[in-house]
Design a protein around this ligand. Structure first.
Ligand code: ZN
Length: 68
């Protein structure tokens, strides 16, 4: 049986808290935009902020549409 050795390397830094993440540690997640976050708090924060950003955009568009 061959032993599979996992090579450790840095995958990147969290987009929220800037923590360094490595392949062997886990606990990180990469989104569709290839941005890296700590799995859990930082990723939730990012998703939350992204959702608010979208909602603000929709609200702005609606206000504009209603103003005519
Ligand atoms: Zn983080």
């Amino acid at each position: 049986m061959r032993k599979k050795k996992i090579r450790e390397f840095i995958v990147g830094n969290c987009g929220i808290c800037n923590k360094e993440h490595r392949t062997t540690n886990g606990g990180w997640i990469i989104n569709a935009e290839k941005k890296l976050f700590c799995h859990g708090f930082c990723f939730n924060l990012y998703v939350h902020n992204a959702t608010i950003g979208r909602l603000t955009d929709i609200k702005r568009r609606n206000t504009y549409a209603n103003g005519r």
